[in-house]
Design a protein around this ligand. Structure first.
Ligand code: MN
Ligand code: MN
Length: 470
């Protein structure tokens, strides 16, 4: 070996020893694990096509948990290691817990994810007719690029509480043979003026009107006959009148099913990966750790996309009350239990998109197929709004993930001062709980159809599982 070759080898081995190495998950996963990843993703797609909104996910999960022998939680229960309980918060949030072997005073292991996703909510007086077409007015929910939500098939989900107090559950546009709903956009031929609007205004909020019908009630004369025909149809089918929309929560979401993307099927495209792609793996991880050391608590919450306010969002006290009540079941002080607890705030992060490389800083962003992304801090403009996990807790999580060969990376949401975003981490950390964000990198976040890599979903599942086992 020549001197220059020797030097080259030395540099190479020193770099391998001292530098942080990035590696694609495919280079690191065994054949068995890749197979397990595929199977897990099939189940994830089934879930995505079955439950699209926070209410549907709540129903899906509570039904499943009941069948698995989980008991509805109430204060004062007698509980032992391995016992399983769940709490249904108003049909929109769920907590599931498995009692651990250790004393509850040693704290619990929490995974928190949100199950609401950006969408179009119907207004309280949604129904109107214009030029013999019937529409629903909407008010968008969460941060969206409004123009993306036109000309895509939309389904309608939610509930209507009738005048007599009875509940009508709505899910139209998901089954084969169902009609879907639609928001129009201008043809390019006539869009010159529209295309000169700024991007947030290309489609304005009040232009997100859902087309729902065009056949009039047959009459010699009269106005609003299409509206009347639609209302008659809804009355006959669902026993509702227009007034019943006053006490309804109806959500228009993309009617697309989740599908594999790419010749190699390495991605999944779906509506609402944010944040079902963290919620589902956390839910599954908890099921797969039947007798944990520390009591495991999975919180699947609502309202993250509008800032976590409201009694089903994580700014509310429902998690705190649950933990207090749980502590009391063991004669423990809630404060003691909460302060000793640790939490993974499971939420997606922006993945690096080679088509739009400038918005992220290449050394500090998440890449698809490089594992679950641990985000030490979120926030914007000088980290404002972040709970910023401590180095100690980051170190603890790093150790757990590395020792269990979980593929993970770190990432920051956007380059400094470009934008940013928050998660539920701060609200849990504010309870005096060690909390760090972790989740799957996503492309086209908050679009009607988002993209994630399968190996990252698998890495998320493994991360939650080893954390719950710790
Ligand atoms: Mn989001
Ligand atoms: Mn999210």
């Amino acid at each position: 070996m020549s001197n220059s070759e020797k030097e080259k080898n030395e540099v190479q081995s020193l770099k391998e020893k001292l530098f942080y190495q990035r590696k694609h998950a495919a280079m690191r996963l065994s054949e068995e694990e890749l197979q397990a990843c595929q199977e897990f993703c099939e189940e994830y797609k089934f879930f995505m096509n079955t439950a699209k909104t926070e209410r549907e996910i709540n129903t899906f999960m509570t039904d499943f948990l009941q069948k698995q022998g989980y008991q509805p939680f109430h204060s004062g229960m007698t509980l032992h290691a391995g016992d399983k309980v769940y709490l249904n918060n108003r049909g929109k949030s769920v907590i599931m817990a498995t009692i651990g072997k250790k004393d509850i005073r040693e704290g619990v292991r929490i995974c928190a994810a949100h199950i609401d996703s950006p969408r179009l909510d119907l207004k309280q007086h949604p129904l109107y007719e214009s030029q013999e077409m019937a529409y629903f007015k909407t008010h968008y929910y969460g941060g969206i690029k409004k123009y993306q939500w036109t000309t895509v098939p939309l389904s309608l989900h939610g509930v209507i509480i009738r005048k007599d107090g009875s509940t009508l559950t709505v899910r139209i546009g998901e089954e084969e043979g169902d009609p879907i709903f639609y928001i129009t956009d201008l043809l390019p031929h006539l869009a010159d003026e529209q295309m000169r609007r700024s991007a947030p205004q290309i489609i304005k909020g009040e232009e997100l009107n859902l087309v729902i019908g065009s056949m009039p009630f047959k009459a010699e004369k009269g106005n609003d006959l299409v509206k009347l025909a639609v209302m008659k149809l809804l009355n006959e089918k669902y026993n509702i009148t227009e007034e019943d929309f006053l006490s309804a929560e109806l959500e228009a979401v993309p009617a697309y099913p989740a599908k594999d993307v790419g010749f190699d099927r390495s991605f999944i495209g779906a509506y609402g990966h944010d944040d079902k792609v963290c919620a589902y793996p956390a839910f599954r991880a908890s099921l797969d750790v039947p007798t944990p050391e520390h009591t495991s608590v999975i919180v699947l919450t609502d309202k993250e996309e509008t800032g976590s306010d409201g009694n089903t969002g994580l700014k509310s006290s429902y998690l705190k009350y649950f933990l207090y009540d749980l502590a009391e079941c063991f004669g423990a002080n809630g404060r003691t239990v909460i302060s000793a607890s640790k939490c993974l705030s499971a939420d997606v992060n922006a993945g690096f998109d080679p088509t739009f490389p400038d918005v992220l800083e290449k050394n500090n962003c998440a890449y698809l197929n490089h594992g679950v992304c641990v985000t030490k801090f979120t926030g914007a403009r000088g980290k404002s709004g972040t709970s910023d996990a401590s180095a100690e807790f980051a170190g603890e999580i790093r150790k757990i993930l590395d020792e269990n060969h979980v593929i993970w990376q770190t990432g920051e949401l956007g380059r400094v001062d470009l934008g940013g975003g928050g998660t539920v981490a701060a609200y849990i950390a504010n309870l005096n709980i060690d909390t760090i964000d972790i989740g799957v990198p996503v492309l086209s976040m908050h679009a009607p159809y988002e993209l994630v890599a399968k190996t990252d979903i698998w890495a998320a599942y493994r991360a939650f599982k080893v954390f719950l086992e710790s």
